[in-house]
Design a protein around this ligand. Structure first.
Ligand code: AMP
Length: 306
């Protein structure tokens, strides 16, 4: 059983109040793959330019991530994104988005990917996300999707077409508000559910994440960390942990999604500890198990009601 991951692979330039990364490898699908490959085999779909380091691709292959669906456009440049975090490290401004190879990307789903039962549509053009869904011969057991305000601003019609076809949508709180036109996240969730997804996850950065399904809501906190070094990719890493756990357990019940949210939150807490994908590359199963246990302890309490 494995997982198809679609999304950007990129160069990022990140500035926080505490440091600057210079140009490093990032991208939604890069973070998702590093994270989800801890739980399940990953088959990647993306596009990079001739400037993308071969050793980065080799490192993902060594990790067991299939790259047959990653196109390399030798004479073009990779997607480039630059962002600056505010003092709260929770909000950021996008400074530059250069689509480069992503602007003309036409994904091709390899035959060897057709057996995948889980599909994670990471952040990139909604038309590309839609094309991948349309190329799959069998509807996956579960399709989850992430997106961002950039695509709401420039490709809302296409975005709504994809949203109508997915089971789980992941957005952050400001994106949920923008998409729904509602300030209350409960009302936003109700409005977005009407667009198609049966499950909605609203990420609130250091304030955790909410999972909505019908009239039910579940909340997972973010682990209080002494130091947050770089929040870039935390949302993608969360998504990778969430879908990775579901693909590993093959259980898509609401109850198991609650566990998946805890796994996603635990993985995201690693991501922010160092710049880029660095921390995700270092961690081992034992580190993940200890971190998940910390989450359980964080929210576990006994209460006797009179
Ligand atoms: P996150 O911090 O989880 O929202 O994800 C940050 C990653 O998203 C960075 O590594 C960027 O390269 C990537 N990214 C930023 N803007 C876009 C975009 N418009 N489309 C696809 N990926 C993007």
């Amino acid at each position: 059983m494995s997982l198809i991951v679609v999304g950007s692979m990129a160069f990022d330039d990140i500035e926080t109040p505490f440091g600057k990364s210079d140009k490093i490898v990032g991208g939604a699908a890069t973070y998702i793959a590093w994270c989800a490959s801890n739980f399940t085999p990953v088959k990647q779909i993306s596009v990079v330019g001739g400037d993308f380091p071969q050793e980065e691709l080799n490192a993902l292959s060594a990790r067991g991530v299939a790259l047959e669906g990653v196109q390399i456009k030798k004479d073009e440049k990779s997607f480039y994104w630059s962002g600056r975090y505010h003092m709260d490290m929770n909000t950021r401004d996008t400074l530059i988005t250069e689509l480069n190879v992503l602007g003309t990307f036409e994904p091709v789903v390899p035959e060897s990917y057709q057996d995948c039962e889980f599909l994670m549509l990471g952040n990139l053009a909604p038309s590309v996300q839609l094309s991948v869904i349309d190329q799959l011969k069998k509807k996956p057991k579960l399709i989850a999707m992430d997106t961002m305000n950039f695509w709401m601003d420039i490709a809302l019609d296409d975005l709504k077409k994809v949203i109508a076809k997915v089971d789980v949508l992941l957005v952050n709180d400001s994106e949920a508000r923008q998409l729904s036109g509602e300030y209350s996240l409960v009302k936003a969730a109700a409005a977005i559910s009407k667009m198609g997804p049966k499950y909605l996850i609203i990420k609130k950065g250091e304030h955790g994440a909410l999972l909505f399904h019908d009239k039910e809501v579940f909340f997972a906190p973010a682990l209080p960390l002494e130091e947050v070094f770089d929040p870039t990719g935390a949302g993608d890493t969360f998504a990778g942990g969430f879908i990775g756990h579901l693909a590993k357990t093959k259980d898509i019940s609401f109850n198991n999604m609650k566990t998946a949210i805890i796994v996603g939150s635990a993985m995201a807490s690693f991501c922010v500890e160092k710049f880029g994908t660095q921390r995700l590359r270092e961690i081992k199963k034992q580190d993940i198990d200890i971190r998940i246990k910390e989450f359980v302890d964080l929210v576990n309490f006994d209460i006797a009601l009179a």
